[in-house]
Design a protein around this ligand. Structure first.
Ligand SMILES: *[C@@H]1O[C@H](CO)[C@@H](O)[C@H](O)[C@H]1NC(C)=O
Ligand SMILES: *[C@@H]1O[C@H](CO)[C@@H](O)[C@H](O)[C@H]1NC(C)=O
Ligand SMILES: *[C@@H]1O[C@H](CO)[C@@H](O)[C@H](O)[C@H]1NC(C)=O
Length: 362
């Protein structure tokens, strides 16, 4: 028991006091797979996916609500990612073809992966950059930041290693990206993430009813964070009977919605005034109180004497629109004559200093 507690404490301690953050790009190019895009790029902050792009969509898309905000504030930053996604797709595709030729491989499935990014310690300010390739699931090439050279443990990759190492400008661009630009972006992303966690959005609350005999649904949408309660009150007292609570559901913009239904079948019209719906958001003092009032109920119910009014019950949801900034293309190779070369500045769209400058976040 004691050991378990100690282990738990150690894990807990290291999790809650972790100050080392990471920004990682995972690029995967494949050949011979029918059901998987030829190229997929994912960007992650602290192991959580924040952006995505593939060779089908050819667009960098945000995967978190705070990334959407960042993309709005820095459109060129987002464009850089889309451009890099497309250029890396083409180049990694060519690379696989070259590798297959180099290793004398014909049919079958081949996968080239790149993991590149940086870690930043918010207390010591230490920065670590990394860039490494795997081919068919095995380590293939690793960039050594100290010597600015590529290293391989595979004898078959030695020739490729020499080719990569002959490009000094490419190595310098890569170094600049790994130890200057990547940590700068990471810090900015962390700021956005933090601000999004601290923000609160109040919802709009409406009363909805499918048919005149259906329960009345009190629907709150657009609140953030999700720590919120929604309930019905009668004469100031919370109601538990004839009440049905719905789940909290995500909206596509990162906010949430929920509803609570009240069955009014045994309530006389005179008593309606005694009921109200209350919304409370964690960390916000003021509640939102909505009185039960026939005139305020929105319905799609069509009776001969009535026109439809207002939108339908909000149970539509469930569809999380998944969006993401895929950040890709950090280091790319380019095909040159008969072999691999790291891309030189003129070809390396993603890391060329001018295009990276356009993507600047300061
Ligand atoms: C580093 O990050 C941790 C966790 O987010 C935070 O508690 C701590 O205050 C930060 N330290 C500095 C110096 O910002
Ligand atoms: C490549 O494969 C072919 C056919 O399997 C073989 O004849 C040839 O010797 C191989 N070349 C190399 C360099 O391994
Ligand atoms: C509402 O309550 C009545 C009786 O109190 C019940 O017969 C009816 O099924 C309820 N309606 C719903 C939708 O739960």
């Amino acid at each position: 028991m004691k050991t378990m507690e100690l282990v738990f404490l150690l894990i807990f301690f290291s999790v809650t006091h972790s100050v080392r953050h990471s920004l990682t790009y995972l690029l995967t190019a494949s050949s011979g797979l029918q059901t998987f895009p030829e190229f997929v790029a994912v960007s992650m902050i602290d192991e959580v996916e924040v952006g995505y792009c593939d060779s089908n969509s050819k667009r960098a898309e945000p995967k978190q609500d705070w990334v959407e905000k960042l993309v709005k504030d820095y459109p060129l930053h987002s464009e850089w990612h889309t451009d890099s996604c497309v250029s890396n797709y083409l180049i990694l595709k060519a690379n696989i073809a070259e590798l297959k030729q180099h290793f004398n491989q014909t049919g079958g499935v081949y996968i080239l992966q790149e993991m590149v990014g940086c870690e930043w310690d918010n207390e010591t300010k230490e920065v670590i950059g990394f860039d490494q390739y795997g081919y068919d699931g095995e380590d293939f090439l690793v960039f050594d930041l100290k010597t600015l050279t590529w290293i391989t443990s595979k004898p078959q990759a030695v020739i490729i290693k020499y080719e990569c190492n002959s490009d000094k400008a490419g190595s310098d661009n890569l170094k600049n990206f790994l130890i200057n630009i990547c940590p700068q972006w990471l810090k900015k992303y962390l700021d956005y993430r933090k601000n999004s966690l601290m923000r609160t959005d109040l919802p709009s609350v409406s009363l909805l009813q499918k048919t005149p005999s259906s329960p009345v649904s009190c629907h709150a949408t657009g609140f953030y964070p999700y720590r919120a309660v929604l309930f019905w009150r009668k004469d100031g007292e919370e109601l538990y009977e004839d009440v049905e609570h719905g789940e909290i559901l995500p909206n596509h913009d990162g906010t949430f919605q929920m509803s609570v239904d009240l069955n009014l079948s045994s309530v006389t019209p005179e008593d309606w005034r005694r009921y109200e719906c209350v919304f409370l958001l964690s960390g916000v003092k003021d509640d939102i109180v909505t009185k039960l009032d026939k005139a305020m109920i929105r319905t799609n119910w069509v009776s001969p004497s009535e026109f439809p009014a207002g939108p339908v019950i909000g149970g539509v949801v469930g569809l999380l629109l998944l969006l993401a900034v895929c950040i890709t293309g950090v280091f790319i190779w380019r095909r040159k004559n008969n072999g691999f070369r790291p891309a030189n500045s003129s070809y390396m769209l993603s890391l060329e200093s001018s295009s990276v400058r356009d993507a600047d976040l300061s």
